[in-house]
Design a protein around this ligand. Structure first.
Ligand SMILES: Nc1ncnc2c1ncn2[C@@H]1O[C@H](COP(=O)(O)OP(=O)(O)OP(=O)(O)O)[C@@H](O)[C@H]1O
Length: 322
């Protein structure tokens, strides 16, 4: 099991892989999961700042003690293999089970109390949600474009590793001090036992407004992430999840850096178009992430995109993970 100095070394040495972390260590660095160090909470977890001698980490403590070990193992397996500058770095995990004697239905029993936690790099600048604004104000174009490209690079990495994020939305995109985006919360299991009944498995995935239409029939695929990405791109460019193209291009024309107006306006147009293409109802019509990256890299091969896209879709279908 890793010690405090192991964790400090991991934080400063990016080549160190994730480790098993004792609950006592995570308890100590969060000052006993103190409310003062709480960063926030989502549907299934509370996230705390963990204080080390050489910096901060984020400790995600899952609320649900019913999470099945098999699922936790799957999550760890998924998180361990991921390493990319646009994906939040995974530092370690903790699966602790402690027997507690208590009275249940009139009998004195030994109950297992499970604690399941993840530890990640701490990303200091909050999540993308706080930076979304209309084109007329807020982040300048260069920053918005840098964020869009970073998200795409991170998603490309996940898709190359056959990981479907399944809940890409602004709250799950964190920003570091240089406004470099880092994708968080992928693979973290959303498959929990229903608390009320105790035995029904409830699959909860996605966030309203970002979920691809096929989610509602339970078919999640790589192209479902592309739909969410399209909504996010549109939101970054326009401040709204759906938008009228011409208006926004005119607004940007008036706001761009004069010396780069031509090239930046092209970038705006590409992003507006990508937002529309990525949110096609038919998943097969959405461009794959690699082609989106080519478009953003200003490789002017738009004519080839649809041709490559259908080739890709054919290949992906044969592999069974489109
Ligand atoms: N590594 C991290 N560094 C800094 N802040 C983080 C980190 N991970 C999560 N947070 C912040 O902690 C809060 C809670 O995160 P969490 O992932 O539990 O919730 P969520 O994504 O809002 O909800 P859900 O998990 O239900 O989708 C969010 O505000 C998020 O910005």
């Amino acid at each position: 099991m890793a010690t405090l100095s192991d964790l400090e070394r991991m934080l400063s040495d990016e080549s160190e892989g994730p480790k098993a972390l004792p609950l006592s260590l995570l308890f100590d660095i969060t000052k006993g999961f103190s409310d003062d160090l709480k960063i926030g909470s989502g549907g299934f977890a509370v996230v705390y700042k963990g204080i080390l001698g050489n910096g901060l980490v984020a400790v995600k403590r899952l609320n649900n003690s019913y999470m099945i070990d098999e699922e936790f193992l799957q999550e760890v397996k998924c998180l361990i293999k991921v390493k990319h500058q646009n994906v939040v770095r995974f530092l370690g995990y903790c699966a602790d089970t402690q027997g507690v004697a208590e009275t249940y239905n009139g009998n004195f029993v030994m109950a297992d109390v499970h604690q399941r936690l993840f530890c990640f790099e701490y990303v200091p600048n909050g999540n993308l949600g706080a930076y979304i604004s209309e084109a007329s104000h807020g982040l300048e174009w260069r920053k918005r474009y840098q964020i869009i490209k970073g998200i795409c690079e991170g998603l490309n990495y996940l898709h190359q590793n056959n990981i479907v994020h399944s809940d890409l939305n602004p709250a799950n995109i964190l920003l570091d001090n240089n406004m470099v985006p880092k994708i968080a919360d992928f693979g973290v299991s959303r498959c929990f036992r229903d608390n009320q009944s105790g035995d029904i498995l409830t699959k909860v995935v996605g966030t309203m407004g970002y979920m691809a239409p096929e989610f509602f029939s339970g078919k999640i695929k790589l192209k479902s992430d592309i739909y969410s990405l399209g909504v996010i791109i549109t939101e970054i460019v326009t401040g709204k999840r759906h938008s009228e193209d011409e208006d926004v291009i005119e607004i940007w024309r008036n706001r761009l850096e004069r010396s780069k107006e031509h090239s930046q306006l092209e970038q705006v147009k590409v992003c507006v178009k990508l937002g529309t293409e990525c949110t096609e109802f038919n998943p097969g019509k959405r461009p794959p992430i690699q082609l989106i990256i080519d478009r953003l890299a200003e490789k002017k091969k738009y004519g080839l995109v649809h041709q490559n896209c259908s080739e890709f879709d054919g290949r992906a279908r044969r592999k069974g993970f489109q």
